[in-house]
Design a protein around this ligand. Sequence first.
Ligand code: XMP
Length: 435
Amino acid sequence: MQQDMIVILDLGSTENTVLARAIRALGVYSEIYPHDITPEELKRLPNVKGVILNGGKNNVIDGKEIDVDPELYHTGIPVLAVSHPYDPDDSDAVVWPHKESALKEALKPFVFDVCHAQPNWNMENFIADQIELVKQQVGDKKVLLALSGGVDSSVVAALLIRAIGKNLVCVHVNHGLMRKGESESVVEVFQNQLNANLIYVDASDRFLDKLKGVSDPEEKRKIIGGEFIRVFEEEAGKLDGIDYLAQGTIYPDIVESGTKTAKTVKSHHNVGGLPEDMQFALIEPLKQLFKDEVRACGLALGLPESMVYRQPFPGPGLGVRCLGAITRERLEAVRDSDAILREEFHNEGLDKCVWQYFTVVPDFQSVGVRDNARTFEYPVILRAVNTVDAMTATIEEIPWPVLHKITERIINEVAGVNRVCYDLTPKPTGTIEWE
Ligand code: XMP
C-alpha cells in the first residue's frame, strides 16, 4: 500500500518541517523537496495529491532570487501557496498561523477537499509497508546493524527483526561507557525477548586501557570513536555473506543535511562513525520518520517505553562525563549517580518534562566530613536542561526537595563522593555536556 502524499516545496522557509508535521498530524503523508524539482520529477513521486509552496519567491540563494518552475502550475496537481506571493493571484496566499492546531485547521480544506488525500498515514500502515519493502529489497541476504541501544537503532532492529528475522545480525559494542543497565537491557530486549541474532561485544577493558591517562576531551572523543570503528570492523570481518548495512537515519537527518535550497544545518553521518569504505548497500527504514514517529513506531513494535523514550546520549557516553583522565573509580561514580538521578526524576515525573539530565564527576577532590572523620573525595555535579534543538539550552528549575533527596542519596550511596552541586549554567555559555 502506498500512502497519499502532499509535497512541500522548500523556498528557503525554516518552517517546512512544521508544515510537514501538521499535514502528517492530519493523517496524510508529507515530504519536503527542493524548490527546483521539475514537473517530471514531481509526477514520478508516488501518489502526490497536492503541492505546497512554502516561502517567498523573493528569497535569495547565492545572489539569485529563487522560485519554482512555472510549469508546476500546469501539472494538474493542486498547488497551495503559503507565504508565497505567487502569480497569477496573490489573494490565494495563506497567512501562516502559528499554533499547530490552527495550522491543521487551515490546511484541512486544501488537503481533503481540494486534493482529496486519504488519511492513511499511520504506524500500522508504515510498518506493514516497510516490512514488505525490506523483504523485497533484501530477499534472503543478510543485514548488519550497529545496535547502540539508542532509540533509532533500536527501532530499526525491531522493524528488521519483523521483516527478516535471523538474517538481521545486530552487533552491540559495550564500550564500558554506557549508563547503568543499558547494555544489559539491549541483550534482554533483543536477544531474550525479540529473539534477535545479536553479537554482544564487551570491549570495556579495551576502551578503558586506550583511554588511560588521556585527559584532553577531543583526544578522548577521538579514541572512543576510532576504537568503536575498529571493534565493529573486527566483528563485521568475522561474518560471512553480509550484503547490507542498516542505519537509523531519520527524516530530520535528511532535511538537516540540506536540500539545494536549505542551508546545511549539519552534515549527516548517522553511522556513529562507521567507515565509509565498508562495501555494503544501505537500508534506512526510518528515513521517512520524525523523531516522535520513530518512538510511536518503536512502541507499536513492542519495544519498552524506557528504550523508546530514552533521552539523548552522546556517542562517547559517560566518557565525556567522567572529566579528565578516566579512572574506573570515578567512572563508577558517574554511572551510579546517573542511575540515582534518573530514578528520582522518573519517580517525580520530571523525566517527562526535562529534555536531558545527567551527572558529571570532575577530576578533583574536596575536603569533607563523615562520621566525625575528614574525607577527601570527589563531587558530583547535576545537570538538567531543556532545549528545542540542543543549540541553546535553559536550566530546569528542579524543586528543592527533589534536589535534596538526590543529594542525600548520592552522598550516601555512591562510593568516593562527598559533595553534590547543581550546574546553573545555560547554553550559552556552557555547552550541555562538560567535555
Ligand atoms: P553540547 O554539549 O554540544 O551537546 O551542548 C549538544 C547535544 O549533543 C549531545 N552530544 C553528542 N551526541 N555524539 C552524540 O551523538 C557526541 O559526540 C555528542 N556530544 C554531545 C549532547 O548530549 C547534547 O544532547
